[in-house]
Design a protein around this ligand. Structure first.
Ligand code: SF4
Length: 203
């Protein structure tokens, strides 16, 4: 069952939803996307973790710090981009969202991306990559790849990327992650107005 697009309010937020009983039981709140409603660069993660559930914002905590650092390195601020998730409610015990939960929430994500109409969608990790591409993805090997994917009624350019947490567990992935975020900024055109802070020329 997909969430109807009209369920998003003017801020691209879902204010009330009980489609996923297990997630409704485990969440503190619905964690909606953050960032401008006309962002050209959209990041899609898996779903809220404990810190996100507590603070009501996607990609905060240590993973969020890595993403923020990579954005700064690419000449961008967090407030320049949209950051959202495949599911908006925290799965219990930090398990992956189930297929039916991803399907339940997909309509909201599609409606959000449709209204944003971004230049590029960046998937952060295996789960959002497989969800949007509707195939299995070996994310470490495919990170940095741009593909076309059908999202809602439109074909979108999607840049695959590892989850920022991967750089915390494996330092060897850090350079690749930063390069992919810089590429995302370049593809979106979002780094153009960043006051010359971008290091794109180094990659
Ligand atoms: S994850 Fe999405 S579809 Fe499921 S209850 Fe939360 S907002 Fe609704």
């Amino acid at each position: 069952m997909e969430g109807p697009p009209e369920a998003l309010d003017d801020d691209l937020c879902v204010r009330s939803c009980e489609r996923c009983p297990a997630l409704v039981a485990s969440r503190s709140r619905i964690v909606n996307g953050v960032g401008p409603a006309d962002a050209d660069l959209v990041f899609v993660g898996e779903g809220p973790g404990a810190t996100e559930d507590e603070r009501g914002e996607p990609f905060v905590g240590r993973s969020g710090d890595v993403l923020d650092e990579a954005l700064r390195d690419a000449g961008l601020a967090r407030t320049d981009v949209r950051i959202t998730n495949c599911v908006r409610c925290r799965p219990p015990d930090n398990r992956d969202p189930r297929a039916e939960e991803l399907a339940n929430c997909r309509g909201y994500l599609e409606a959000e991306i449709d209204r944003l109409d971004p230049e590029i969608v960046v998937t952060l990790g295996k789960v959002p990559s497989e969800h949007l591409l509707e195939r299995s993805v070996a994310i470490t090997g495919e990170s940095g790849t741009v593909v076309d994917a059908r999202i809602g009624d439109r074909s979108r350019r999607v840049l695959l990327c590892v989850h920022p947490a991967a750089t915390l567990y494996d330092r060897s992935q850090r350079d690749g992650f930063f390069e992919t975020i810089a590429r995302a900024a370049e593809l979106s055109g979002a780094a153009d107005g960043a006051g010359g802070q971008s290091r794109l020329g180094e990659f």
